[in-house]
Design a binder for this molecule. Sequence first.
Ligand SMILES: Cc1cc2nc3c(=O)[nH]c(=O)nc-3n(C[C@H](O)[C@H](O)[C@H](O)COP(=O)(O)O)c2cc1C
Length: 141
Amino acid sequence: MNVNVIYYSRGGNTKKVAEVVAQECGVEAIDIAERHVLPETDLLFIGMGIYAGRPDHVLLDYLDQLPANRVKGAALFTTSATGKDRTELVLNLLTHKGITPYKIHCNCKGRFLLKNKGRPNEVDFEEARNFTRRVLRAFNG
Ligand SMILES: Cc1cc2nc3c(=O)[nH]c(=O)nc-3n(C[C@H](O)[C@H](O)[C@H](O)COP(=O)(O)O)c2cc1C
């Protein structure tokens, strides 16, 4: 099974979580701002920061352009100031392509201005590792 981890991170918080998720999967995290072509993928972890209540359009455009039959499963993780799940637009896009993401998402708090100093932190990373293991187990059946 080919697993890949992609992310879009303006400030580096999501990048840190993506690297933990990727390490757990035994792959390198792919920054979609730098690398546009997705390698052969069965299961795709998708990481995103949240800006003004939504993921960046760079990530949305990237997912919109993914060939529909390219990916069989997906799992979402976010970082944001509130730690709330704001993945609706991504979910709509993926569902439209016939990809149903894993039902649980990993939502970490990320540092933003004076809030959440030091986040994501080791506790967040451990949560991300547990999330990754859970998704891998579910996908492997
Ligand atoms: C321009 C901007 C807008 C943001 N808007 C929100 C928001 O609406 N809700 C929220 O919870 N966090 C918001 N944040 C905080 C980010 O989601 C948080 O810092 C996140 O960890 C950023 O991820 P990144 O470092 O990977 O870019 C905003 C941050 C920036 C820079």
